[in-house]
Design a binder for this molecule. Structure first.
Ligand code: ZN
Length: 296
């Protein structure tokens, strides 16, 4: 029997990554398209999949947000209230279905990246794993036994409250809803607003990086205490700085202060808080994982 193949789409705010295959060891084709207008970008995505349409079992979509990932909602598959020009209230899933008559499954980008890591990557042996991205925005996906956790709504882990010392960091936050929530303090736009430059260009020895690591550690401690993930994977631009992982791990240990006496936290924190193992492919592979698992 020939192996079943699937399509994966990681729909991001700057580009759409597409792939055809069945996992990291079997990618038959890949392409990326700039995120311009829905008609142009989704048109290119459909063109890419068209030659494979007869062989695909289905297509998974992981979309940038805010994205309605509730299959029972009237606006399931829509990008909803994004400030991104042209994309507000766009029925992405509907546009794909119109041209590609295949089974689809869709969720938020960070959730599918978490699924990809849970199926094939850094948390493949863990029943409970947390995937967090810290970049232009902050979001998290919590994967339990191969399924994303959702309840009343999707999880919105970037908008939790943290404590901020106004003496150390007088910045009042960049979140239009909450001011100094986690995303409002620690995502790319917050760094840009504080220093009038992108985080990438802020020198490695700038004292702010210690404060940034402190915010990330505070958030992680809240997730550890309330969700007890067995592995925490952090992707996104901010963690590309090679000193960030060691700094965040140390701060997590300091904040927990011995309260949780598990060896993963006390002795093996280097294996506990880790970068994605699938690199830049967590999202597109996760989209394949999403539709693959819905096909069973
Ligand atoms: Zn917020």
């Amino acid at each position: 029997m020939t192996e079943k193949i699937y399509g994966g789409i990681e729909g991001g705010g700057t580009k759409f990554n597409c792939a055809v295959g069945s996992g990291p060891g079997n990618i038959l084709a890949e392409a990326r398209f700039a995120t311009t207008t829905p008609a142009e970008t989704i048109g290119q995505v459909c063109q890419f999949f068209m030659p494979y349409a007869d062989r695909l079992q289905g297509i998974g979509l992981g979309s940038f947000g805010p994205f309605d990932a509730d299959p029972t909602s009237q606006t399931y598959g829509y990008i909803t209230t994004t400030p991104k020009p042209h994309w507000s209230n766009t029925n992405v899933l509907g546009m794909l279905r119109e041209k590609l008559h295949l089974p689809f499954a869709a969720d938020m980008d960070v959730v599918v990246a978490g699924l990809g890591e849970a199926k094939w990557g850094a948390s493949k042996n863990d029943s409970h794993s947390l995937y967090l991205t810290i970049g232009t925005g902050i979001g998290g996906g919590y994967i339990v036994d191969g399924k994303p956790l959702r309840g009343l709504t999707s999880l919105e882990m970037g908008h939790i409250r943290l404590s901020r010392d106004p003496q150390l960091d007088p910045f009042q936050g960049a979140c239009p809803y909450h001011g100094d929530c986690f995303e409002g303090l620690a995502a790319g736009p917050a760094l840009q607003a504080r220093f009038s430059q992108r985080g990438e260009t802020l020198p490695d020895d700038h004292p702010y990086w210690e404060i940034e690591a402190g915010y990330i550690a505070q958030a992680l401690v809240n997730y550890i205490l309330s969700l007890a993930p067995k592995r925490i994977i952090i992707g996104g631009g901010v963690m590309q700085k090679d000193f960030m992982f060691p700094s965040v791990r140390r701060r997590v240990q300091e904040l927990l202060n011995g309260y949780l006496s598990h060896e993963m936290i006390l002795k093996r924190i280097d294996e506990y808080i880790v970068p994605p193992a699938l690199g830049g492919r967590s999202g597109v592979l996760g989209s394949i994982a999403l539709v693959m698992d819905s096909d069973k």
